[in-house]
Design a protein around this ligand. Structure first.
Ligand code: SAM
Length: 425
């Protein structure tokens, strides 16, 4: 009967069982470096895995041989069940036996001497780097599986200088060129790096003591409460209450990997609530005193929010692409720019009915589907205040439409540079 075994490889010499499987194999499939490291007996057919599809086709053909005697061994890096080939094989209806080795992520954290049950693991391998970057902006302990062109230098270019982090770059773990170095992002932007590599992106102030113990692997679950009461954001008159904020948050849908802008951030309520959901957030506010209040609220809520002081829409030019944008202030031009930049959704709160149509038009011109409601809510016994919420959603297939060209930051913009981190220890 045909058989399929996936053998994890982490640089250790293969054990007796692995050797036996290779001896008996009719086809061995794997990346060039994995095949080179395996004692594949002479005469056994090999397929070097480059593109995934032809390799999977070769595996299928061997397993579906007429004599049903195909014995396929696939060699893959680390734990093949973790961001590896096991998923692709299952998708093709195969039920492989898996013999895992140590995952590159486990080994990377071991090399750094850090616990990793609280780490967020993200992959930029065959995916856009943007989401991995946003995860690193928002979380103190992230492992990034990289790919050529989406590696330590590209990550560092996106994070430096606004996000102070230490990079632990782990190259060729278990291989002949293994090297583990701890660098600042500024240095990581210019150095050449060897593939494959995993990058630990760490906030040294928060991980030096090991990080938070918890009951669930990965980042902490979302907040136990949201649409927080006004009093949670200190003194000052809110422009709208938690009920309207709840609706806005529902339409923004902030989550890990997202970038959210809160434009006209006021006390930073929406920005902070989005950060509590795990999104990376920029609060845009023109008033310096308001920026100070936002920073104080951000500290009090122990979240990460970058504060960008300046006037929209000009200040928005240099900001990272947003998945969702909340517009709490500014005129029709701000609404138009925000709608055109938003990859997924834009939410605009208006106090005047005569502004609603212009906002709807701005959203439609940016090729989003527009909706509008009037919301009236308030504490029982007090007269409620009403606002208009206009929002736009981009259909999933259209999300590549809003791909703005990034421009250099104009000199008037101030995102306060944060202090450079020290080493890990
Ligand atoms: C498709 S993922 C496979 C991950 C693998 N299943 C694991 O458990 O390590 C490929 C990525 O894993 C990382 N990786 C795999 N082997 C590595 C190694 N020996 N050294 C450093 N990183 C490695 C790199 O980021 C690489 O681009």
């Amino acid at each position: 009967m045909s058989s399929l075994v996936v053998l994890g490889h982490d640089g250790s010499p293969p054990g007796g069982e692995a050797r036996e499987l290779l001896e008996r194999a009719s086809l061995v499939v794997g990346g060039a470096r994995h095949l080179a490291a395996m004692p594949v007996p002479e005469g056994v057919r090999t397929v070097v895995m480059g593109e995934l599809r032809p390799a999977l086709d070769a595996i299928d053909a061997e397993l579906d041989r007429d004599d049903d005697q195909g014995r396929v061994v696939v060699v893959a890096s680390g734990d093949p069940g973790f961001f590896g080939i096991v998923r692709a094989l299952r998708k093709r209806g195969r039920r492989p036996r898996v013999i895992p080795a140590l995952s590159s992520v486990a080994r990377a954290f071991a090399r750094a001497g850090l616990p990793w049950d609280d780490a967020l693991v993200v992959s930029a391998h065959g995916r856009e780097l943007r989401r991995a970057v946003n995860a690193c902006r928002a979380h103190p302990k992230v492992a990034v599986l990289t790919a050529p062109g989406s590696g330590p230098a590209e990550l560092a270019r996106e994070l430096f200088p606004q996000t102070p982090r230490t990079f632990v770059v782990c190259e060729d773990l278990g291989g002949p060129h293994e090297r583990v170095v701890s660098v600042r992002p500024a240095e990581a932007t210019t150095r050449p790096w060897r593939d494959p590599n995993v990058v630990l992106v760490l906030d040294p102030r928060r991980v030096a003591a090991g990080g938070e113990p918890g009951w669930i692997a990965g980042p902490r679950p979302g907040p136990s409460e949201w649409a927080l009461p006004d009093a949670a954001f200190g003194p000052g008159r809110p422009v709208f209450g938690p009920e309207v904020r709840a609706f806005a948050l529902a339409k923004l849908g902030p989550r890990i990997g997202d970038m959210v802008w809160d434009v006209g951030a006021g006390r930073g309520e929406v920005a902070i609530e989005c950060a509590r959901f795990g999104a990376a957030v920029v609060a845009v506010e023109k008033d310096e005193a308001a920026c100070e209040r936002i920073r104080a609220n951000v500290r009090a809520h122990r979240v990460k929010v970058a504060v960008s002081r300046g006037t929209a829409p000009g200040v928005l030019d240099h900001l990272p692409e947003p998945d969702a944008v909340f517009v709490g202030g500014g005129g029709p031009e701000v609404a138009r720019v925000c709608a055109s930049r938003a990859l997924r959704s834009v939410v605009i709160v208006l106090h005047r009915a005569d502004r609603v149509q212009a906002a709807i038009e701005a959203i439609k011109r940016a090729s989003l589907t527009a909706h509008a409601v009037r919301l009236q809510a308030g504490l029982v016994g007090r007269s409620p205040t009403g606002v208009f919420v206009v929002w736009g959603e981009r259909r999933v297939d259209d999300r590549s439409v809003a791909r703005p060209v990034r421009r250099e930051a104009p000199p008037s913009v101030t995102i306060a540079p944060l202090p450079e981190p020290g080493g890990l220890r």
